[in-house]
Design a protein around this ligand. Structure first.
Ligand code: COA
Length: 322
């Protein structure tokens, strides 16, 4: 038994924050942001609009494209680092809104790798026969937690959601998934506030925000992604020349270009949304996938390589025959 992607969906809040808007907030420039990251603009959730709202819209679009009713789902997993509440999970709130009551529902927090971790879990549920239809969502409202006075991070992040419906299939769809973590890098990318520790010991007065040693994260991300895409291709016995599309986590155009180069893939075969979405963490890969499907770039039968890297550090990848 395999799992296959039956449908995809996504949702972006309507409010656009351009680099010019940020020039008015912090000492930065459109030129700096574009040349260092590739980002031109990002979306920001409206006041009162939550991660769960974004997830709900993306999930409905994915269910509609799959032709699946919410009541027929066996499993809902939401990858998020910005849940509506500490609990109930965003997945439980989503389950209730979709009318899918009764099926298993939980969140996965693996920072920017959250969606690909969730996809791996759902694929394994289906392969093991524990579920036949699963909804996997990546949804975030990171603009709620960025420090708008910190130019090193506030220019990077955006809000959004993406979703896929996976279903059991006799034909291979998801060919391989890989997930890894190394908590040894916990101090390079983190949020200084928590329930159990209260405030981070070194930052007793910090609010909810993102702390990142960007340059060091950049170097580890490039090295690590290089390794995991190779590992995933090997696990599936697929050659890099057979990959039709690379659908990477959208953190930084330069990191994406480095991974594409490693795979000998021209940028025409890479899905890039970072220019318009910024880094939407867990949402970035399913958002990019859905855009590529709806634009007609990604076609049924093609081979897709998905990858992500994030706080933890975590990193994950999936090879999919779409
Ligand atoms: N505008 C203008 N200048 C800025 C700036 C901004 N928004 N942010 C930082 N700078 C400055 C820094 O203060 C520094 O100045 P200094 O040399 O006077 O100290 C200079 O630009 C270079 O900073 P640095 O952090 O070395 O830049 P960089 O080339 O590494 O680019 C990132 C910064 C964040 C874009 C890049 O490191 C990155 O993308 N990292 C990985 C992000 C990522 O993948 N996140 C994890 C996955 S979620």
């Amino acid at each position: 038994m395999y799992s296959r992607i039956a449908g995809t969906g996504s949702y972006l809040p309507s409010h656009v924050v351009t680099n010019a808007d940020l020039e008015r907030l912090v000492e930065t420039s459109d030129e700096w942001i574009r040349s260092r990251t590739g980002i031109r603009e990002r979306r920001k959730a409206a006041e009162g609009e939550t991660t769960g709202d974004l997830a709900f819209h993306a999930a409905n679009a994915a269910l509609a494209s799959a032709g699946v009713e919410a009541r027929d789902l066996d499993l809902i997993i939401v990858g998020t680092t910005t849940p509506d509440l500490i609990f109930p999970s965003t997945a439980c709130l989503l389950q209730n809104r979709l009318g899918a009551n009764g099926c298993a529902a939980f969140d996965v927090n693996a920072a920017c790798s959250g969606f690909l971790y969730a996809l791996g879990v759902a694929d394994n549920f289906i392969r093991a026969g524990s579920a036949r239809k699963a909804l996997v969502v990546g949804a975030e409202t990171l603009t709620r937690m960025v420090d708008w006075g910190d130019r090193a991070t506030c220019v990077l992040f955006g809000d959004g959601a993406g979703a896929v419906v996976l279903e059991a299939s006799a034909e291979p769809g998801v060919l391989a998934t890989k997930q890894h973590a190394d908590g040894g890098h916990k101090d390079l990318l983190y949020s200084p506030v928590g329930v159990s520790v209260g405030f981070h010991p070194g930052e007793p007065n910090a609010g909810v925000c993102i702390r990142m040693s960007g340059n060091e994260v950049f170097k580890v991300a490039v090295r690590t992604l290089d390794r995991i895409v190779g590992e995933t291709l090997e696990a599936a016995g697929v050659d890099e020349a057979q990959v039709d599309w690379l659908i990477p986590h959208q953190a930084n155009l330069r990191i994406i270009e480095a991974t594409a180069k490693r795979l000998h893939l021209p940028m025409e075969r890479v899905i890039v949304t970072v220019d318009r979405h910024g880094n939407t963490s867990s949402a970035s890969v399913p958002l990019a996938l859905d855009e590529a499907v709806r634009s007609g770039k990604v076609q049924r039968g093609q081979t897709l390589l998905l990858e992500a890297f994030g706080g933890g550090f975590t990193w994950a990848s999936a090879l999919i025959r779409y």
